[in-house]
Design a protein around this ligand. Structure first.
Ligand SMILES: *[C@@H]1O[C@H](CO)[C@@H](O)[C@H](O)[C@H]1NC(C)=O
Ligand SMILES: *[C@@H]1O[C@H](CO)[C@@H](O)[C@H](O)[C@H]1NC(C)=O
Ligand SMILES: *[C@@H]1O[C@H](CO)[C@@H](O)[C@H](O)[C@H]1NC(C)=O
Ligand SMILES: *[C@@H]1O[C@H](CO)[C@@H](O)[C@H](O)[C@H]1NC(C)=O
Ligand SMILES: *[C@@H]1O[C@H](CO)[C@@H](O)[C@H](O)[C@H]1NC(C)=O
Ligand SMILES: *[C@@H]1O[C@H](CO)[C@@H](O)[C@H](O)[C@H]1NC(C)=O
Ligand SMILES: *[C@@H]1O[C@H](CO)[C@@H](O)[C@H](O)[C@H]1NC(C)=O
Ligand SMILES: CC(=O)N[C@H]1CO[C@H](CO)[C@@H](O)[C@@H]1O
Length: 774
């Protein structure tokens, strides 16, 4: 043991010396797997290839099994077991952009990964039918959607192949097989499958397969590209036809997560492979935590997405579930299409009937067998207090606070004044102490169906509690029952921003609005795995569909539509597809009122970007904002990277490219992005440039667009010039200027939102903006 350590120490010194860097000192950071990112693979650039070979050699000399992964197709670099000191030393070598520890990224379901593990399952999805229902299933068969996730359950009906599907000549991927995943699992609908082992998980051997042992990846894949399946339901609930946003698209699976988590080194390998395989769209429903948000060059999703987008792949990512706090959005690089989550017009209603017949509405999914008439004693948690517990804990039904003798056979009402405890812990307390049902109070999750399976549980808003309490007070023997869950359609208002959906502005760059777009992510019904790991209720067979929530679920809705847009407009690159989806979004709900947040406030671009995605309008956007690779490189300049670093990152770069000498984050506002974020600060005004490209063909190609601009707050003015854009042919570009200024005499405070809309007789092209004065 000692000798072994000594050897490593000696080699470590040798490395430091051979790399010629005696100044390197170990900063905070642990020994472990590090990702060494070396920018783009540029075969024409001999220096980069040579640097990588030299570095790999010196790392292999350290420990012969040090290198756990190499990136080579679209991304240059490797992942290796290193000490913190070695990692620091490597970071200073020529050709290296960044070195950062391999980390676990989280799936963006509303329940934490820990909970999924603990409960083995459930609680994710929505209705793939709703947004894509207008796209013809014959379309999109020429597109491939790559899913970077937990794998797939290939036997699901959602992935049935059609014999008419032609072979895709452009496809360069592979189908990695395993004992439980044979070559027939790649059936023409699923055309690629890869898996990545976890370099630091010893139990990983069970997961050397593309098969899904979590359910999340199957759900995401079927939402993006599932074929039509009739009679889909979750044990009879939400019954209907399930289909993905682009039912004709092929699916390529990149299984980077195991039940232990999703390794960022694996995620980067999946991006690298997907670039070589030839996918059109990548759907990524996971990300780093908003609490430890890495910068762009230390985040494998940001890095992988940059190279994918440079290769023409549209990358769609979930915004994260750390809302509703401000500045929680992740996956916020400008080359990513970042997706927030909204509710759909379906409620999973489970009502409480009080003695006397009064009905109080709640929400949940449960599988118990209570009678329909209110015959069960109803008790307030406080009344069931154990003698040694505090009143506050009993009111909230916190573990150990409820007296078994008091609640036998009763339904218990538990408040939620203690956010430290989950609804499931409270349900567990009542269930384990002999209650027959539980009424939980939670204003946030009221519209998000929690699945309690075996136990009658219902979640309701705090505004309904006084009614129940006064009923309990008014009678000597209060009784109640909990009714079966029914899925009620046409719920209004919808959409609404889901409480958990992560909010802008981005911590990394306030001068780009994030998220970009919103899509359904609450109570989504989609395919599930056919084993018992997914939380099968007692006494039931596994359901091949499940209802779960999260930005994980909204992301593939957008991925599906991105594939349909690509199929209809093969010449569109990722930025045109993004622009088409953003400029055609809607800001109204099914009451024809402005979409609101969960709390009833009018939603802003920091909640939903450009708005709720339209499933059809993006197919013909009229005009688009093109954002080029050079725009993204300028973004990196303004963000603070230097020319040397940026030249490593880009695959193709104009020979004379240099960061402007006056690079500041303020200049980011001028990047040709489909939304506008301006910081006025002490400045009186700021003049922004945008360029639109005419992509209409046929008789729409010669159109005049007229301007309308609106400002939703006080103290800020916007002046746009010119006020008309006259396009005479397809492909033509025209520029406009928008000048934002503070109004004389008024002091604008905080953020002022608004929009600039260009309308022709056929198309409407809307661009949201935010002006922040602080
Ligand atoms: C759907 O379910 C209903 C009732 O369970 C049944 O009558 C019908 O045949 C089913 N349809 C299909 C296509 O399976
Ligand atoms: C196809 O994939 C292989 C590796 O899997 C790669 O070497 C090759 O460059 C890829 N071809 C294209 C056209 O990307
Ligand atoms: C709970 O009530 C049932 C009958 O309703 C009874 O059989 C059981 O013994 C009671 N348990 C306790 C712990 O009081
Ligand atoms: C119920 O009665 C208790 C006292 O018995 C009182 O503190 C409480 O405010 C009453 N609640 C309602 C909703 O009337
Ligand atoms: C560019 O930035 C990198 C990383 O911050 C730094 O190591 C390098 O010295 C810089 N190069 C120049 C020319 O400033
Ligand atoms: C930046 O400044 C240097 C000298 O300080 C000058 O040589 C160079 O041309 C400038 N570059 C740009 C893009 O203005
Ligand atoms: C904004 O900038 C453009 C180009 O520099 C210029 O033509 C235009 O007059 C400016 N507008 C205002 C109001 O300053
Ligand atoms: C979906 C489902 O099975 N819901 C059940 C919820 O609980 C009631 C009884 O309280 C059952 O009747 C429902 O079937």
């Amino acid at each position: 043991m000692k000798a072994h350590y000594f050897l490593i120490y000696a080699l470590c010194i040798a490395l430091l010396l051979s790399l010629g860097d005696s100044a390197a000192t170990a900063k905070a950071g642990k020994d472990g797997v590090y990702i060494v990112y070396m920018g783009a693979t540029t075969p024409q650039n001999g220096a980069s290839t040579r640097h990588k070979a030299q570095l790999l050699n010196s790392v292999l000399k350290l420990r012969k099994d040090a290198v756990v992964r190499t990136y080579k197709y679209g991304i240059s670099g490797f992942a290796a077991r290193l000490t913190a000191a070695e990692a620091q030393s490597i970071a200073k070598q020529p050709g290296v952009v960044s070195v950062f520890p391999d980390a676990y990224y989280q799936l963006h379901t509303t329940r934490s990964w820990e909970f999924l593990k603990y409960e083995t399952g459930v609680d994710i999805y929505s209705d793939p039918g709703s947004p894509g229902s207008t796209s013809s299933s014959s379309h999109g068969s020429d597109t491939v959607i790559g899913i970077i996730d937990t794998g797939i359950w290939p036997e699901s009906k959602s992935f049935d192949a059609k014999s008419s599907d032609p072979k895709l000549s452009s496809w360069n991927g592979t189908c990695m097989t395993a004992q439980d995943f044979t070559s027939t699992s790649c059936n023409g609908k699923i055309i690629g499958a890869r898996y990545y082992n976890d370099p630091e998980d010893d139990d990983d051997d069970d997961y050397l397969t593309p098969r899904d042992f979590v359910g999340h990846g199957t759900h995401v894949a079927s939402t993006a590209a599932g074929v039509e399946v009739q009679n889909a339901s979750y044990y009879g609930l939400a019954a209907g036809t399930a289909r993905g946003g682009s039912p004709g698209s092929r699916i390529a699976v990149y299984r980077v997560c195991t039940p232990a988590g999703c390794r960022s080194s694996s995620i980067l390998a999946a991006f690298d492979d997907a670039i070589a395989d030839g996918v059109d769209v990548l759907s990524v429903s996971l990300g780093a935590s908003s609490l430890s948000m890495p910068d762009f060059k230390d985040d494998t999703i940001s890095i992988g997405a940059f190279h994918a987008v440079e290769s023409g792949i549209t990358v769609v990512c979930s915004a994260g579930n750390d809302g509703p706090d401000s500045a929680t959005v992740v996956n916020a690089a400008p080359w990513i299409l970042t997706v927030a989550a909204t509710t759909i017009d379906r409620d999973f209603e489970s009502d409480v009937v009080l003695g006397g017949g009064k009905v109080v509405k709640g929400e949940a999914i449960n599988f118990s067998k209570l009678q329909k008439s209110p015959v069960y004693p109803l008790m307030y948690g406080k009344t069931a207090m154990k003698s040694d517990a505090s009143e506050a804990s009993a009111r909230n039904c916190i573990s150990g606070s409820i007296d078994k003798a008091k609640i036998n056979g009763t339904i218990v009402l538990c408040e939620s004044k203690d956010p430290g405890y989950s609804l499931f812990e409270k349900e567990e307390e009542v269930r384990s102490q002999g209650g027959v049902g539980v009424i939980l109070v939670d204003d946030l999750t009221r519209r998000v169906a929690s699945t309690f399976k075996k136990f009658p549980a219902v979640v309701m808003s705090s505004k309904d509690v006084p009614e129940i309490l006064s009923y309990i007070n008014s009678t000597k023997n209060p009784v109640a029952t909990i009714l079966p869950t029914v899925a009620t359609p046409k719920y209004k208002p919808a959409p609404e921003i889901a409480y958990f959906s992560a909010r802008g502005p981005s911590q990394n760059s306030e001068n780009i609005i994030k998220p970009d777009i919103a899509a359904p992510g609450v109570n989504i019904l989609a395919a599930w795995m056919g084993n018992d790991l997914g939380g099968t209720p007692e006494g039931k067979d596994p359901s091949m569909f499940n209802v779960i929530s999260g930005t994980s679920m909204s992301c593939p809705h957008v991925s599906g539509i991105a594939a349909v847009v690509k199929s209809h407009n093969p010449s569109f690159g990722p930025s045109e597809i993004k622009s088409a989806i953003m400029t055609t979004a809607s800001q109204l709900n099914n009451d024809k009122s402005p979409i609101t947040t969960h709390f009833g406030a009018t939603a802003t671009p920091f909640d939903y970007g450009a708005g709720e995605m339209s499933p059809t309008a993006p197919l013909q956007p009229g005009l688009v904002y093109e954002t080029t690779t050079v725009d993204y490189l300028n973004f990196l300049c303004y963000h603070g990277y230097n020319t040397t670093t940026i030249k490593l990152i880009a695959k193709s770069i104009p020979p004379n490219f240099a960061c402007p000498n006056n690079s500041t984050p303020d200049l980011i506002s001028d990047i040709n992005y489909p939304s506008i974020s301006v910081k006025l600060g002490q400045k009186q005004s700021r003049n922004i440039t945008r360029t639109l490209t005419n992509v209409a063909t046929g008789d729409g190609d010669s159109s005049t667009y007229t301007l309308s601009a609106s400002v939703g707050g006080k103290g800020v003015n916007v002046h746009v010039s010119p006020s008309q854009l006259k396009f005479t042919k397809s492909g033509q570009k025209l520029t406009y200027y928008a000048t934002f200024s503070t109004m004389a005499g008024s002091s604008a405070e905080g953020d002022v939102f608004g929009s600039i809309t260009w309308s022709s007789d056929k198309f409407k092209v809307r661009t949201p903006f935010v002006v922040s004065s602080s």
